[in-house]
Design a protein around this ligand. Structure first.
Ligand code: SDX
Length: 428
């Protein structure tokens, strides 16, 4: 939907570019003709002011701390919906009725098993391999097993691959955990919920019955909702860029997993809990805040700050509330939660964090809950990848089904040597 225009004067010549307004949020300046008209390209490392695409999935207002999925607020979805329902919403565009939801859950449930030969993949890894290293490998390997759903031009195959990815991530994540602790893999059980199935595959052992704790199941399902999608974050942009070349969906999601692993992105939940444990007691907080403010010290408060949110990340608000629920339900207290609360309070009253608009993000509290449930810290980003697969798959489908879609190929500002003649080695 074209709107007003902006003017640019280049070498005395006035050029006009249309602006396009979305349904909400900042307008965009359509500069697709800029290079052809001026021989210049825009320069925006990190894409701080650049829209790479249009999307109808998720909207973030960073100043107001708003997060919407297909128009529904994260507060309402995390309180009233389920991860499977949010997956349907992101994939299909609207909330399902009961029949649609039941049919979707039935389909996902019956894709949760993985090819039996995939289990031999795990045996090639050291037992102490980081589970994210394993996930990068085995998710990419899915394309070696499911050739019948890699023709991306076929919408039916695209949806089968999407269902397979959403369904198999919990199974592979649980297998990565079981492998790391030397316990046997546990097969999915179809009469359990998506999240209950994952808990059972992760924590049950053949030697005894396993009962899914409904409070933990609900809390983890809510955590999955909070991580489901977040517009054009680094890993989603990675999935879109990989998919723009026509790569198969399994390879694209493996690329997203690799990008998410970084501590500046999805790896921050593991890093944040490790940081809180290193701080250990409230008395040590001021020293760490001082380090975070010191330009000469690379240390940053993990779980703090965000490229888009310059207000409280609404997911962190829900996450903090969930910490209280889980600790109460498990009848445990975690001194690290007190450290986190006091660290947040001190940072939010410190001029450095106030001026730079640094607030807790989704990763600040999640580790406390996951640790209380029983996950080791190196599984935290795996759980982030499990949940974000829904968003990645929804974005991949949105991009591939866009008739205007083309391969992503950014330009650059070249700062290397000017053209020069080759000299034989004896003359150098
Ligand atoms: C996720 O994009 C998404 O949507 C991501 C995500 C999703 O759902 O997909 O929301 C998930 O990745 C959340 C973010 C998890 N990462 C962390 O918690 C790591 C710690 N945070 C930072 O590394 C940082 O805040 C980023 C990477 C999240 C954002 O960095 P930006 O937008 O590039 O901002 P910046 O690094 O330029 O920081 C601006 C200023 C800098 O100071 P100046 O150079 O202006 O003097 O704020 C400072 C930074 O030094 N700063 C911090 C800080 N974060 C930024 N100082 C101390 N501690 C921090 N955490």
């Amino acid at each position: 939907m074209s709107d007003s225009k902006v003017k640019l004067t280049v070498d005395g010549k006035e050029l006009e570019y249309a602006t396009i307004a979305g349904s909400v949020g900042p307008k965009v300046v359509d500069i697709r003709k800029l290079y052809a008209q001026t021989g210049m390209v825009t320069y925006d490392p990190g894409f701080t002011s650049t829209a790479s695409c249009d999307s109808a999935l998720t909207y973030i207002d960073g100043d107001q701390g708003v997060l919407l999925h297909r128009g529904y607020s994260i507060e309402e979805l995390s309180e009233q919906s389920s991860f499977m329902e949010v997956a349907y919403l992101l994939l299909r565009g609207n909330l399902p009725n009961k029949g649609e939801l039941d049919s979707f859950v039935h389909t996902i449930t019956r894709h949760t098993m993985v090819h039996e030969q995939l289990s031999t993949f795990f045996r090639g890894f050291r037992r102490d391999a980081h589970p994210m290293a394993i996930m990068c490998g085995v998710v990419g390997a899915l394309s070696a097993f499911y050739h019948d759903s890699t023709d991306i031009t076929d919408p039916v195959q695209r949806m089968i691959a999407s269902h397979r990815l959403i369904a198999k991530m919990p199974t592979l994540a649980a297998m990565a955990y079981k492998y790391s602790v030397g316990q046997p893999f546990v097969y999915p059980q179809n009469d359990l919920s998506y999240t209950g199935n994952f808990l059972r595959m992760t924590f049950s052992v053949p030697a005894e019955e396993y009962e899914v704790n409904p409070v933990i199941e609900k809390a983890l399902d809510r955590i999955f909702i909070l991580h489901a999608d977040h517009e054009q974050n680094a890993s989603t942009s990675t999935v879109r860029l990989a998919g723009s070349s026509g790569a198969n969906p399994f390879a694209c999601i493996a690329a997203g997993i690799a990008c998410l692993w970084g501590p500046a992105h999805g790896g921050a939940n593991e890093a944040a809990l490790n940081m809180l444990r290193e701080i250990g007691t409230p008395e040590r907080i001021p020293a760490y805040i001082a380090r975070a403010k010191n330009k000469d010290d690379p240390f940053r408060l993990m779980g703090f700050g965000h490229r888009v949110y310059k207000n409280y990340d609404p997911r962190a608000t829900v996450m903090q509330k969930t910490v209280r629920e889980v600790l109460t339900a498990l009848n445990v207290s975690d001194p690290i939660f007190d450290v986190a609360l006091q660290l947040e309070d001190m940072a939010l009253h410190d001029d450095y964090f106030i001026e730079k608009k640094l607030f807790p993000n989704v990763d600040f509290y999640s580790g406390i809950i996951l640790s209380a449930i029983g996950f080791p810290t190196d599984m935290f980003t795996v759980l982030f990848a499990l949940a974000r697969t829904v968003g990645w798959v929804a974005h991949w489908n949105e991009m591939i089904s866009d008739p205007e879609q083309k391969i992503g190929r950014p330009r650059q500002l070249y700062t290397g040597p000017a053209p020069r003649a080759y000299l034989p080695v004896e003359k150098r």
